[in-house]
Design a protein around this ligand. Structure first.
Ligand code: GDP
Length: 319
């Protein structure tokens, strides 16, 4: 069974996990029902304890369903940890935290994948059951695994990110399996649809959240061929990442930790760029239209306001 896009989508958001999910939530809450699709990174997916885990897809799904843990940004609110404690008592692997409620999604996803169902179909069904209005589109049904080249050797993404807490110095990335991957069913039609108004690259980690999506063969071309504006929101504010290793990676890769460097990283894809007011002095160095506005999203009001400003900016670019 493939994902069926049943009603016209107006906005496609491209997202990793926590940063991307914040803007996706804002877009979801300001758009009418069924008008948002979120293309999610699955390069972070991995097999653990025999289960298929999709961290970024689940973060976006839990966030839009209103059941995410507000403190961590990942996992579920009101979580309990009996499984983890029992596993620890048995000497099992505990470096990757799986809460009791969260565990259910991994068990059920794994069962359905083993029965031959496509990830896009499973995610669409889970989203429906959890009351998510937006269409969640994993970037591909074929497995793609982000590998991080570091000074300690090449590490699978979750070993680098969770187990080693991003300590090793990054030298580059590769996406295992990506040559065999295809964009999800229906995405090309969505990108060419007359109803689509904008493609928004959320403020996610460019290297390990957005690049795996862009690396799927045909994806970059399909996005570029869409007639609508492509606007990216910077994940860097005042030379720092709000959370996570984006700025650390930029330093290790020899890049300046600026919004300008993020925009240059997306070279050739963007119609416009959104950067924080604290980085306003960089605007004169841009050769594409910019929107300067507060981009730190703490409250739901922040997320809605930024989503609305980004959409207005994209609509202005289209005219
Ligand atoms: P992950 O997959 O869970 O690491 O999440 P993402 O890749 O989607 O998001 C990580 C990025 O989100 C980091 O680079 C953060 O700087 C950025 N980020 C998080 N919160 C915010 C915010 O409120 N505003 C902006 N502009 N960026 C944010």
């Amino acid at each position: 069974m493939s994902t069926i896009i049943t009603s016209p989508i107006n906005v496609l958001a491209i997202s990793g996990g926590i940063g991307g999910a914040k803007l996706a939530l804002g877009l979801d809450r300001i758009l009418a029902e069924d008008k948002l699709a979120v293309l999610c990174n699955t390069g972070d997916d991995f097999e653990h304890l025999g289960l298929h885990i999709s961290p970024d897809v689940d973060t976006v799904m839990y966030t839009l369903a209103g059941i995410a843990n507000p403190e961590t940004g990942w996992g579920r609110e009101g979580e309990t940890w009996s499984f983890m404690r029992s596993l620890e008592a048995l000497g099992g692997e505990t470096w990757f935290q799986l809460g009791d409620k969260d565990l259910a999604i991994h068990v059920e996803r794994t069962r359905r994948l083993r029965h031959g169902e496509a990830l896009t179909s499973i995610v669409a069904d889970f989203a429906l059951r959890l009351g998510v209005q937006a269409r969640l589109l994993p970037m591909s049904d074929q497995p793609v695994r982000t590998m991080v080249k570091t000074d300690e050797g090449t590490l699978p993404f979750q070993r680098y990110f969770v187990e080693r807490r991003c300590v090793p110095s990054v030298q580059g990335f590769s996406f295992d399996g990506v040559d065999e991957a295809h964009p999800p069913d229906g995405l090309t039609q969505l990108l060419q649809s007359n109803h689509l108004e904008a493609i928004i690259i959320c403020p996610s980690n460019p290297f390990v959240s957005i690049d795996p999506i862009l690396a799927v063969p045909g994806m970059r071309e399909a996005l570029s061929a869409s007639p609508v504006p492509v606007v990216a929101v910077s994940p860097i504010i005042g030379g720092k990442a709000v959370k996570g290793p984006t700025a650390k990676m930029m330093i290790e890769l020899g890049m300046p930790t600026t919004s300008k460097a993020v925009a240059e990283h997306y070279h050739g894809l963007l119609s416009g760029f959104v950067l924080d007011e604290s980085d306003a002095d960089q605007v004169k160095s841009f050769d594409l239209p910019c929107l300067v506005t507060p981009t730190l999203m703490n409250s739901e009001a922040d997320k809605r306001r930024l989503a609305s400003e980004v959409l207005d900016f994209a609509r202005d670019l289209a005219t």
